[in-house]
Design a protein around this ligand. Structure first.
Ligand SMILES: Cc1cc2nc3c(=O)[nH]c(=O)nc-3n(C[C@H](O)[C@H](O)[C@H](O)COP(=O)(O)O)c2cc1C
Length: 220
């Protein structure tokens, strides 16, 4: 049994440690997204007729609610049939091999389709670093689609060539779903290929084999 003075000493030490470390511990502000809208809404054919890109210049985006953001992300690669069925088709039935990052004003996040959550990867607003189109940082959120080579490596055929092709096909499906969900929710978006890839890799801390494929600024 430690003596009373030993316990007091340990307690003081722990208290000092907490006071010393607390300012240096920047706790991650992950975002639990509200449940996405998965029913009702505009009909498919009305939505197809509305699908379009916001104009290149002079766009002013208004804020986007977390509810709408959640619905957009779910449309892009959410689960729609238990734990192994998604809103977009996946080669070999793999889990999503394209990641979606979300650059916001208060930080940058990675979307987790499994638990409908945004995991903070930095507290930095990187929207202005992504590329040359001046309207991109004006959006409340910019979606960034990148490869996930960890998952792509599980493809059993075709090597590197198939990995790249399949990732591009998946980005096409995901971004079309974003366009359609945006049209149904009266939001504005645009597919953007032009970007500063090195800056995006750095901003997202991507591994050496991963690369960004597309951006989609999105807002009301
Ligand atoms: C593969 C691809 C690359 C694109 N790259 C850019 C781009 O770098 N910058 C941009 O402003 N728009 C880009 N766009 C958007 C197209 O310019 C836009 O979809 C086209 O003008 C047709 O307009 P709509 O989407 O309203 O039908 C791209 C679209 C696609 C499909």
């Amino acid at each position: 049994m430690p003596s009373r003075s030993a316990i007091k000493g340990i307690t003081s030490f722990v208290a000092c440690l907490v006071i010393f470390l607390a300012p240096n511990l920047a706790l991650a502000d992950d975002i639990e997204l509200p449940a996405p809208q998965t029913e009702g809404g505009a009909g498919l054919f009305d939505t197809l007729k509305k699908r379009s890109s916001v104009p290149h210049g002079g766009v002013s985006f208004a804020e986007l609610s977390l509810q709408d953001l959640s619905t957009i992300l779910w449309a892009a690669s959410g689960l729609n049939r238990g734990q192994t069925g998604w809103t977009v088709p996946m080669a070999d039935g793999l889990e999503p091999y394209v990641r979606i990052y979300v650059a916001g004003t208060d930080g940058t996040y990675r979307y987790s389709w499994l638990d409908n959550k945004l995991t903070e990867i930095s507290k930095e607003n990187v929207k202005g670093k992504l590329g040359s189109h001046g309207f991109v940082p004006k959006a409340p959120y910019v979606l960034i689609f990148t490869t996930d080579k960890e998952i792509l490596a599980k493809l059993t055929r075709g090597g590197q060539k198939f990995q790249d092709e399949f990732a591009n096909v998946l980005v096409g499906a995901m971004t079309q779903d974003v366009y359609l969900a945006a049209a149904a929710l009266n939001l504005g978006t645009r597919y953007i290929h032009t970007m500063n890839k090195d800056a995006v890799v750095t901003a997202l801390g991507l591994g050496p084999d991963d690369y960004p494929i597309a951006l989609m600024p999105i807002g009301k």
